[in-house]
Design a protein around this ligand. Structure first.
Ligand code: C2E
Ligand code: MG
Ligand code: MG
Length: 440
C-alpha cells in the first residue's frame, strides 16, 4: 500500500503534472493525490501532512538572481526527498512552499526530520558560485485525523502551524494542535495577519490623510496625519484596528510601517509639484519598529533617494510604546531628529500619563488622546486631566494637539485651554491621499 503513495509521487497517474524547477509534483497534482491518500481506508498508520517554507526566499532571488533561487529550491527538494524517504509524497506547492504527506512515520519522527533538514541548511551554507547562501526553512505539520477528509481544513491547519513557527519566535517547526491555546488565540488574528502580509506584498493598502488644524484659526492647516486603510474584496474601505493588532501579534508591523513610509515618500516625490506648498505629514510608528535597528537607516536612505525634506515629516509614537522602552525610543528619536524629523507623543493619557516622558523624550508635539477630549464638555475629570496635560506641555515648550474633536463646543473648550491644534471629524474625516492633488 505504501508503495502506491510513492508511485503516485513518481507520476503513475497520467494526469499528474510536475514542477519544472524541482521535478516534484505540482500543487494541483499533489492536492488530487492527497485526496486519494486521505480517502484510502486501507492506510492504517498515522498520516502526517506538512508544509515547508523557505524564509526570505524573495531576498535570495533578489540578491543572487533567479538561478540561485532555482538552485535553492532544487537543494531543498533533494534533501526533503532523501530525509522523508521513499514513501513520502512531496510537492512544490507554490513559490517558496513545499508540501508533503507521510504514512510510515510518527509525528515525532517527522518533526525530527524537519529539524534535521533545517539544521543541515542553517549550519552549512550552500555554495553558490563564489557566494554562500544560508537557508532557514520553517515547517508546519498536522496529524491527519481519521475522520478528517476536508483538504482545505488540513491546509488551513498546516498554515496556522507554519505561521506559529514563523512568528512565535525561533521555532523551526510547529505542530498544529486544535487544543493549543496559543494557536487558537492566534487563529482569529491569523486571517487578518495573512491579509496584512498579502496586502503589503501586493501593494493593496491605501494611504488616507486627516487634517490637523490650528484651533485659533481652523482654516489654517498645520499638517496631515497619515492613516492606513484597506480595501476588502467587495471594494469596501476598512479601518486598520483589527489588522494592526493582528500585525502586531505576528511581528508584521515594521513591514507595514516600512510600506507606509515608502509609499508616502514615493507619493510626495511624484506629486511635489501638484500639491499645495509646504504640506507636512505625520506618520504612525508602531511598537516593534522602535526596536528595529534597521528602520532608522531605511528612513534615512529613503529620504535621500526620494528627495524629501525631513522637516515635512513627523513621526507619531504612542505613549504605550514610549513607556515600554524609553532608552530605545530615545535612541530612535535622537538619530532621526538629527536629520530634521519631528516627533509627536500619540494617545497621551492612555498609558501612565507620566510627565517624565515629556521631560525626557524630545517630543515636539503632545497629542492628547481622543477619549479625554470627546466629552470634555460634560466630564469634569477629563477636563481637569486635559488642562493639566496642556499646562505641563506648555511649561516644557511642547505644542499640543487635541484628537477626536467632533463638535464646535469641544473645539472651543480645547482652544480656551490653550491647546494649539485640533484633529477630528468636525474638520474632516480621513480622505484618500490623492484628494490632495491640485488639478491644473
Ligand atoms: P491614531 O494614530 O491615534 O489615529 C487617530 C484615529 O482616530 C484614527 O483612527 C482616526 O480615523 C480616528 N479619528 C480621527 N478623528 C476622529 C473623531 O473625531 N472621532 C473618532 N471617533 N475618531 C476619530 P484609525 O484611522 O482607525 O486608526 C486607528 C489607529 O491605528 C491609529 O490611532 C494608529 O494608532 C493606528 N494606525 C492607523 N494608521 C496607521 C499606520 O499607517 N501605521 C501604524 N503603525 N499605525 C496606524
Ligand atoms: Mg496617530
Ligand atoms: Mg492618537
Amino acid at each position: 500500500m505504501l508503495k502506491s503513495i510513492r508511485n503516485l509521487a513518481k507520476g503513475s497517474s497520467p494526469e499528474d503534472t510536475f514542477d519544472t524547477v524541482t521535478g516534484l509534483l505540482d500543487r494541483s497534482a499533489f492536492i488530487s493525490n492527497l485526496k486519494e491518500i486521505i480517502a484510502d481506508r486501507e492506510i492504517q498508520r498515522e498520516r502526517i501532512f506538512g508544509i515547508a517554507n523557505i524564509e526570505q526566499f524573495k531576498l535570495i532571488n533578489h540578491s543572487y538572481g533567479n538561478d540561485a533561487g532555482d538552485f535553492v529550491l532544487q537543494e531543498l527538494a533533494k534533501r526533503m526527498s532523501i530525509e522523508l524517504g521513499e514513501d513520502a509524497c512531496i510537492a512544490r506547492m507554490g513559490n517558496d512552499e513545499f508540501g508533503f504527506i507521510t504514512t510510515d512515520k510518527t509525528a515525532d519522527q517527522v518533526k525530527k526530520i524537519c529539524e534535521n533538514i533545517n539544521m543541515s541548511f542553517s549550519d552549512t551554507a550552500l555554495p553558490w558560485r563564489d557566494k554562500k547562501i544560508r537557508l532557514h526553512v520553517k515547517f508546519g505539520i498536522v496529524l491527519i485525523d481519521e475522520s478528517e477528509h476536508d483538504i482545505n481544513q488540513i491546509l488551513k491547519s498546516a498554515n496556522e502551524a507554519i505561521y506559529s513557527a514563523k512568528y512565535d519566535g525561533g521555532d523551526t517547526i510547529c505542530e498544529y494542535d486544535q487544543d493549543d491555546t496559543a494557536i487558537l488565540r492566534r487563529s482569529g488574528n491569523l486571517q487578518h495577519a495573512i491579509t496584512v502580509d498579502r496586502w503589503i506584498a501586493r501593494n493593496l493598502f491605501l494611504l488616507y490623510l486627516q487634517p490637523i488644524v490650528s484651533l485659533a484659526n481652523p482654516k489654517k492647516l498645520s499638517h496631515f496625519e497619515v492613516l492606513i486603510r484597506g480595501k476588502d474584496n467587495d471594494g469596501k474601505i476598512i479601518t486598520p484596528g483589527k489588522l494592526i493588532s493582528a500585525a502586531e501579534d505576528f511581528n508584521l508591523t515594521t513591514k507595514l510601517d516600512k510600506w507606509v513610509i515608502r509609499n508616502l515618500f514615493e507619493w510626495i516625490d511624484q506629486h511635489s509639484s501638484d500639491m499645495p506648498n509646504g504640506v507636512r505629514f505625520a506618520v504612525n510608528i508602531s511598537a516593534l519598529s522602535i526596536n528595529d535597528h534597521e528602520l532608522c537607516d531605511y528612513i534615512i536612505d529613503l529620504v535621500e533617494e526620494k528627495n524629501i525634506n525631513p522637516r515635512q515629516i513627523s513621526f507619531e509614537i504612542t505613549e504605550r510604546v514610549a513607556i515600554s522602552n524609553m532608552k530605545r525610543c530615545y535612541d530612535f528619536m535622537s538619530r532621526l531628529r538629527k536629520r530634521g524629523f519631528l516627533f509627536a507623543l500619540d494617545d497621551f493619557g492612555t498609558g501612565y500619563c507620566s510627565f517624565k516622558y515629556i521631560k525626557t523624550l524630545p517630543f515636539d508635539i503632545i497629542k492628547i488622546d481622543g477619549s479625554f477630549i470627546q466629552n470634555i464638555d460634560s466630564d469634569a475629570s477629563n477636563y481637569a486631566i486635559v488642562k493639566a496635560v496642556t499646562d505641563i506641555s506648555k511649561a516644557f515648550n511642547r505644542k499640543t494637539i487635541a484628537e477626536c474633536i467632533e463638535n464646535e463646543k469641544v473645539a472651543e473648550i480645547a482652544h480656551e485651554l490653550g491647546i494649539d491644534y485640533g484633529q477630528g471629524y468636525l474638520y474632516s474625516k480621513p480622505i484618500p491621499i490623492d484628494a490632495l492633488i491640485v488639478k491644473t
